[in-house]
Design a protein around this ligand. Structure first.
Ligand SMILES: [Cu+2]
Length: 215
């Protein structure tokens, strides 16, 4: 059962634009269960010790995002967010982006990787490329994109392609902060990698912060 504690903090010294508030809070993250024993599909020169190539997480990755609110035109960032391949992990393991955003996938490892997805929101296959190279993908459909490496089946990540730019990755201790949200009525959604999605209605104030703590 979702218990919600909502309070309004009166903060007068914020430099937010007029009619925009900040959504801050903390959620309780579910413990992360490591995926099944990874299997390397190739045994040639790319074969590596995958014993450590499961998630580093002890809690599920989470993203908090808002839907609804007043109609706004959001432009994808010109600077591309990155999902790097390093030490045979994707970093970050979960990346929230605004629809239309281009993500770069640099390989920082001394082995080849082959990043791909079969997800409905974006199917792509970047092919194999070595250290120091990068390829890009533009995510033009909202939805959840599951990202894998064709060579190292233990590598996995998620990209959440969102309609609105009001989102935040949750820190390992469960905290989040979404600044500059236009005042209005929203639904706050919590996406967790290994838990059902949950939501609650919130009202974002015109100038202050709303604190949302979910247990
Ligand atoms: Cu790989």
């Amino acid at each position: 059962m979702l218990k919600c504690f909502i309070a309004i903090l009166l903060i007068t010294a914020l430099d937010n634009p007029v009619s925009a508030g900040t959504v801050v809070g903390q959620i309780t993250l579910t413990p992360f269960r490591q995926p099944n024993t990874p299997v390397n599909r190739y045994t040639g020169r790319d074969a590596v010790d995958l014993a450590s190539a499961t998630s580093k997480r002890t809690v599920s990755a989470a993203v908090v995002y808002l839907i609804g609110g007043p109609k706004t035109d959001a432009t994808p960032p010109q600077e591309h967010p990155q999902m790097v391949q390093k030490d045979q992990y994707f970093e970050p393991e979960v990346l929230p982006i605004l629809v239309g955003t281009t993500v770069d996938f640099p390989n920082l490892d001394p082995v080849f990787h082959n990043v791909f997805s079969y997800s409905k929101a974006k199917k792509f296959d970047l092919g194999r490329y070595p250290k120091g190279h990068s390829k890009s993908v533009t995510f033009d459909t909202p939805g959840l994109v599951k990202v894998f490496c064709e060579i190292h089946s233990s590598m996995r990540a998620h990209i959440l392609v969102l309609d609105q730019p009001y989102f935040a990755s949750v820190t390992a201790d469960g905290r989040f902060r979404i600044p500059n949200v236009p005042a209005g009525e929203y639904t706050l959604k919590i996406w967790q990698e290994q838990a059902p999605e949950s939501e609650l209605p919130i009202t974002v104030p015109a100038a202050d912060s709303i604190v949302v703590n979910v247990k």
